[in-house]
Design a protein. Structure first.
Length: 494
């Protein structure tokens, strides 16, 4: 029997602001849409954290036996900081003197490479905004026909006041009252085009220098940012689907606008459960592309960032992210990663030791009860920190078994091992460093460098300065830089 029939998930719905039992529209099926990256620069670890949370959720649904259609888009056009600014990809293309599609290609490749390193499962569909211009134009026509948008000087705006006057619920997700929404809508020189400041762009007229442009019934222009997600989610998941996800910062205006557009188009509530992840912070501030307060995933793996005392593997970084609940703020630091690394090593050692434990006639540990606790944690709004606490109880079991202080029957031993593997590898998506193809090389390299550091320390203790310098210089020639600090020597790989 599929596990989903015996495990009901409670998840926190940002729309109702409460935990609700997950009931999919179709039995055994999940439709999930997650806003993807705007591919105008490298993804930072904050972005990765959000996508990782949904990867974990996707993995858990799959593990329970649901058939999941997971759609995560690529925003390759139309992402405006506000309705009167230039498209982010256009701006970057102009600055770097590249074609917009060169920018898109470069950062989409970076995104995919990063996700592969961090052991993400690919989504079922990864649609792009530029691949759905026709559908976006059709949606705008429908909203215009329904009287909830208006054309102004070659642009089309959504009429928020009219929508709400006709029974619409703009503000339902972010719980912002209209005055609030107005003061949070930055207005620049295009203000006069709009009837009201809170109206948002469905289509923008392209100025002559705007390089991303398409013909439309309203002239040459480009789509507004929010529309692509309404259109692509409807196309692939239907007018109403189960789950829509993204980071908390997308609640307003992006998701608020999505709800309004979809309702104005289809007259139905687009999403049953809204899931929002909390932010990864650095120095107490949100990690962000625009402020430069961020760290790139590749820098963590190479150790090549001054914030870091050493390099960390992708799995350790993943484990660090999973140690916090997806709705909690998580602060990044080298020390926190080091603590996670210790925990991760313990967990992997236990998983590897478990393979060598032999069964007994009787069991002195209650594995069934422990397994139920692991599922209960995940069923309670995907509570990975509680799950990990239970996995460490599993580590304790392994140590008791190893020391001969506990015994397990063959079937209980099998259950312990199977459950550990399911949660550690299939659900959390960690990789066993000893066997991982992705990180095995990196971890081995780290091991070799650590060994060289020990040999150099021995040389220095013996006052063999020539050998000590030779080790440092030859490592440097290979792009591995040693840093001597008060807590010992660390390294970074360039
Ligand atoms: P963007 O490419 O800016 O649209 O962001 C892609 C995803 O990353 C969105 O779901 C954002 O909400 C999310 N995100 C951006 N910054 C952070 C952060 N510091 N921590 C967690 N998620 C973030
Ligand atoms: Zn979106």
């Amino acid at each position: 029997m599929e596990l989903y029939k015996t495990n009901s998930i409670k998840l926190y719905n940002s729309l109702s602001k409460s935990k609700e039992e997950f009931k999919p529209i179709e039995d055994g099926m999940v439709g999930m849409y997650v806003c993807g990256p705007t591919v105008y620069s490298n993804v930072h670890l904050g972005n990765v954290r959000t996508f990782m949370s949904f990867d974990m959720i996707y993995r858990y649904f799959l593990h329970l036996g649901y058939k999941v259609r997971y759609v995560r888009n690529i925003t390759d056009a139309g992402h405006l900081t506000d309705d009167d600014s230039e498209d982010k990809i256009s701006t970057k293309a102009r600055l770097e003197k590249l074609e917009p599609m060169e920018i898109v290609q470069k950062y989409t490749v970076d995104f995919h490479e990063t996700l592969q390193k961090f052991n993400f499962l690919p989504p079922s569909i990864e649609p792009t905004a530029t691949g759905h211009i026709v559908e976006q134009i059709e949606a705008i026509k429908t909203i215009l026909e329904n009287g909830l948008a208006y054309e102004s000087n070659g642009s089309v705006y959504f009429d928020v006041l009219k929508y709400n006057g006709n029974g619409g619920d703009y503000g339902v997700l972010s719980k912002r009252v209209m005055d609030d929404a107005i003061s949070n809508t930055r207005e620049l020189d295009g203000q006069s085009e709009k009837k009201n400041p809170q109206d948002f762009a469905l289509w923008k007229k392209a100025s002559p220098e705007h390089i991303m442009r398409w013909p439309s019934p309203w002239g040459v222009g480009f789509p507004g940012w929010h529309l692509e997600c309404s259109v692509m989610s409807t196309k692939y998941l239907g007018e109403t689907f189960d789950i829509h996800g993204g980071g908390m910062d997308l609640k307003f205006p992006h998701h608020e606008c999505e709800i309004a557009q979809s309702k104005a188009c289809n007259h139905s509530n687009p999403v049953n459960y809204w899931l929002h992840t909390n932010m990864l912070t650095l120095n107490g501030q949100k990690m962000a592309k625009s402020t430069g307060n961020n760290i790139l995933p590749g820098e963590i793996i190479s150790g090549n960032n001054n914030i870091l005392k050493k390099a960390f593997s992708a799995s350790v970084t993943r484990f660090f992210c999973m140690q916090a609940h997806y709705r909690s703020i998580l602060d990044f630091s080298s020390d926190a990663l080091e603590a996670s690394e210790k925990g991760f090593i313990k967990l992997m050692e236990a998983v590897n030791t478990l393979k060598k434990i032999e069964a007994s006639d009787t069991s002195t540990l209650d594995i069934n009860n422990w397994k139920e606790k692991c599922y209960a944690a995940m069923n309670d709004d995907f509570n990975t920190p509680i799950l990990i606490a239970h996995l460490f109880e599993g580590v304790k079991f392994v140590n008791l078994l190893k020391e001969g202080k506990a015994t397990l029957s063959a079937s209980d031993l099998e259950l312990l091992s199977e459950t550990m593997n399911i949660f550690v590898f299939d659900v959390l998506g960690l990789e066993n460093s000893a066997s991982s193809e992705n990180n095995g090389g990196e971890d081995k390299l780290s091991g070799v460098v650590e060994m060289m550091i020990t040999m150099r320390k021995n040389a220095r203790d013996n006052k063999d300065w020539a050998l000590s310098d030779q080790i440092r210089d030859e490592l440097l020639a290979l792009g591995i830089q040693l840093k001597d600090g008060k807590d010992g020597t660390t390294f970074s790989i360039n």
